[in-house]
Design a binder for this molecule. Structure first.
Ligand SMILES: Cc1ncc(COP(=O)(O)O)c(C=O)c1O
Length: 279
């Protein structure tokens, strides 16, 4: 049976979901999105994802007065209770009859949502390789914008070097990954960049910070310098669909002994339990 998706008030087969070529999402990347994980019948961090969605909408001056309950009712028909899935929800500024950078006077936003399975991430235990690049993205990375060309180019460059993530460096400090936040254990202290317009405030990042604090693991929202990244005993990337993934090699150099570290073992265990109990 064909996948059912949501588009502008209707649930319909994927192949019938059509958007105008004059949609500003297509022409300008003028839109925002969210990715919300769902584990066997419950969302993980639903309210936090909806709050970030509202913040992204506000940041691009797009009004869509749906409450968290309304979003829940809209999205739940796309999910089933048996599997691990994630919702991809995208809102663009919609169709306007003329291509113009300036916002059209009146426009109906395009709202699109679909769900996909979260496949088991087999590399999680063994870890992945990363490479570093200069963070050449714009200065509004806190907005979960659909215009992801810089991230796409960076991740592609990483893939061409057989690495699964690009770690981004701005003025000598790690910002985040091309599609993830970055954590490092330096001198026994777990570190991650503080929230700013240079990173997306990841929901997984927030859960990890809370889990670390409640379990007496020393953690600090402090930017990781390039020198600290090189001497870190553990480096991980985090995101809603890949969860917490150890980085075992950066730019061809092993991180410590090239295996997932002990702090990761603890936090990953805590995250897996939290995922089931709190979703
Ligand atoms: C650039 C960027 N940073 C961080 C994240 C992690 O965010 P979250 O944990 O909310 O999935 C993502 C997720 O896709 C991302 O694209």
């Amino acid at each position: 049976m064909e996948q059912i998706v949501y588009l502008n008030g209707a649930y319909l087969p994927l192949s019938e979901a059509k958007v105008s070529v004059l949609d500003r999402g297509f022409l300008f990347g003028d839109g925002i999105y969210e990715v919300i994980p769902w584990y066997q019948g419950r969302f993980l961090g639903f309210n936090a994802h909806i709050e970030r969605l509202q913040a992204s909408l506000q940041a691009i001056h797009l009004e869509l007065p749906y409450s968290a309950e309304q979003w829940y009712d809209l999205l739940s028909p796309l999910l089933d209770a048996q599997s691990s899935q994630y919702i991809y929800l995208q809102i663009s500024r919609g169709y306007a009859p003329k291509r113009d950078h300036v916002f059209p006077a009146s426009v109906q936003p395009t709202v699109f949502a679909m769900s996909n399975l979260i496949p088991p991430f087999l590399e999680r235990e063994q870890g992945i390789k990363a490479v570093t690049f200069e963070d050449n993205r714009w200065a509004l990375c806190n907005i979960k914008a659909t215009s992801l060309l810089a991230n796409v180019l960076l991740k592609q460059q990483a893939a061409e070097q057989n690495a699964a993530e690009a770690i981004l460096i701005r003025e000598g400090y790690v910002t985040e990954g091309s599609a993830s936040n970055v954590f490092a254990v330096v001198d026994g202290l777990l570190m991650t960049a503080p929230k700013s317009s240079h990173i997306l405030a990841g929901i997984t990042r927030e859960i990890i910070l809370q889990l670390a604090q409640t379990h007496q693991i020393s953690v600090s929202e402090t930017a990781i310098s390039v020198a600290q990244l090189a001497q870190a005993t553990e480096v991980w990337v985090t995101s809603s669909t890949r969860e917490i993934v150890p980085i075992i090699e950066i730019n061809g150099q092993k991180v410590a002994d090239g295996k997932a570290g002990s702090v990761w073992q603890i936090l990953n265990g805590l995250y897996q339990s939290y995922k089931i109990s709190a979703s």
